[in-house]
Design a protein around this ligand. Structure first.
Ligand SMILES: Cc1cc2nc3c(=O)[nH]c(=O)nc-3n(C[C@H](O)[C@H](O)[C@H](O)COP(=O)(O)OP(=O)(O)OC[C@H]3O[C@@H](n4cnc5c(N)ncnc54)[C@H](O)[C@@H]3O)c2cc1C
Length: 387
């Protein structure tokens, strides 16, 4: 599976190599054990920061890496997917959804204090939007923040929060104007996750075991008003602004996991013998691999085209937002198809814990639901295209 050379320079390829080495040395040898124990060492954040993985897409003055375009995200996602653990990537990179609201909307003092801690791997950042009452309908959120002098008092619940148990900072969507309807009256607040009044419960899941996922309860949590991310009551725009890169990252990861399934299945099919010949010598099995390769090629082309467009200011707008939503659906369907075909190709072995395809198969649905479910993507596409 080859990348389109038109899009990549030496720095891209060197960066991809360094992530590959990092995954081979620091993650893959341990990932089965971490997945089974439903966690991974906190030191991995620092190691990831040291090779520039955490700084991607963030400004240099706060510890980010200058000049990293969406192709870096794409390459990092492909390389990380080789460890075959979406849970690991989701938690290790939870700042990619938690910290952009800080970079783009926090005041200067907060940015200067908080971002270097996160991007150096010292502190963990999470995003808390979803509530027990609903995730797709973001505008219906109920967690309230009541102004009390220079503070807000925050009460409510958030659920399914990635890195929720061990994050140090939550970027939280709250309702600041109880009288405003829907998307109006929502704000984003940066909340210290160790504040009094916050309780956390770990959630058990179908997949993403290496990632901690939490239910959060806020009981009159005191938050300085200076921790507003963006103007008061304008938080819905902050949330929507965040979704594009989250969806691109989910799509790139889904492609990476699909590719990992394909490679494991191809390798197996070239070695496994049935009825006196290799699996790959049976036409039906060959076609299964070709179907996987075909979907992968189409998905990669769309990913690269989208990464290119993301880097062009003149191409920003509703058409690109629609394309990102299409890409998320295409890539997650490719992941679903390839995970299914790979497990089938591996036969009973594909059902055994420890194969890459087994774990990825369990992790398909979260990519199709998280960051905006498939149905919601389609609705958004139709709106962006004006019908
Ligand atoms: C492991 C995991 C990690 C997550 N991490 C985070 C996180 O870090 N931060 C965070 O804020 N959230 C997180 N989420 C939440 C995730 O974004 C939501 O689960 C997702 O947005 C869907 O919301 P929901 O689960 O409430 O489903 P619902 O909104 O209840 O929807 C249920 C189903 O109905 C469909 N549906 C809903 N409305 C419509 C409609 N109008 N038309 C057609 N179909 C519709 C949906 O597409 C979905 O298939 C995570 C979820 C999981 C599972």
């Amino acid at each position: 599976m080859h990348l389109n050379p038109l899009y990549y320079n030496e720095q891209h390829l060197e960066f991809a190599k360094s992530i590959r080495r990092f995954v081979e040395k620091e993650i893959s040898p341990f990932i089965n054990e971490w997945d089974e124990s439903e966690t991974f060492p906190r030191e991995l954040y620092k190691k990831a920061a040291d090779i520039g993985l955490l700084g991607l897409g963030f400004e240099e003055q706060y510890g980010g890496i200058a000049g990293t375009d969406a192709f870096y995200t794409l390459l990092a996602s492909i390389e990380l997917a080789k460890c075959a653990s979406g849970g690991l990537s989701a938690s290790l990179l939870s700042h990619t959804i938690g910290a952009p609201p800080i970079q783009h909307f926090a005041n200067e003092a907060i940015k200067a204090q908080v971002l270097p801690q996160i991007l150096s791997g010292g502190k963990i950042s999470a995003l808390a939007i979803t509530e027990p009452g609903g995730g797709s309908d973001v505008a219906s959120l109920k967690t309230k923040a009541v102004r009390d002098g220079d503070y807000f008092l925050v009460s409510g619940e958030k659920t399914f929060i990635t890195s929720g148990m061990r994050a140090d900072y939550y970027s939280v969507a709250v309702r600041t104007d109880p009288n405003a309807k829907g998307a109006n009256g929502i704000s984003m607040l940066l909340i210290d996750a160790h504040s009094a009044g916050i309780s956390k419960t770990k959630l058990d899941k179908m997949g993403w075991w290496a990632s901690d996922t939490a239910h959060l309860h806020f009981d009159n949590v005191k938050v300085p008003a200076s921790h507003l991310l963006g103007p008061e009551n304008m938080g819905f725009l902050v949330i929507m602004n965040n979704f594009n890169m989250e969806r691109f990252f989910l799509a790139a990861s889904s492609y990476g996991f699909a590719l990992t399934c394909y490679e494991e299945a191809l390798d197996w099919a070239q070695q496994r013998q049935t009825f006196g010949k290799r699996l790959v010598d049976h036409q039906v099995m060959r076609h299964k691999l070709v179907d996987m390769a075909t979907r992968l090629t189409a998905t990669r082309a769309l990913l690269e085209d989208t990464a290119y467009r993301l880097g062009k200011p003149e191409l920003q707008g509703s058409e690109l937002i629609a394309q990102i939503c299409m890409l998320k659906n295409v890539a997650t369907q490719t992941m679903q198809f390839c995970a299914d075909a790979a497990v089938q190709t591996l036969g009973g072995m594909g059902f055994m814990r420890g194969t890459k395809s087994e774990r990825i198969y369990r992790e398909v649905k979260v990519n199709m639901i998280g960051g905006g479910a498939e149905e919601i993507m389609k609705d958004l596409i139709s709106k962006q295209l004006g019908y």
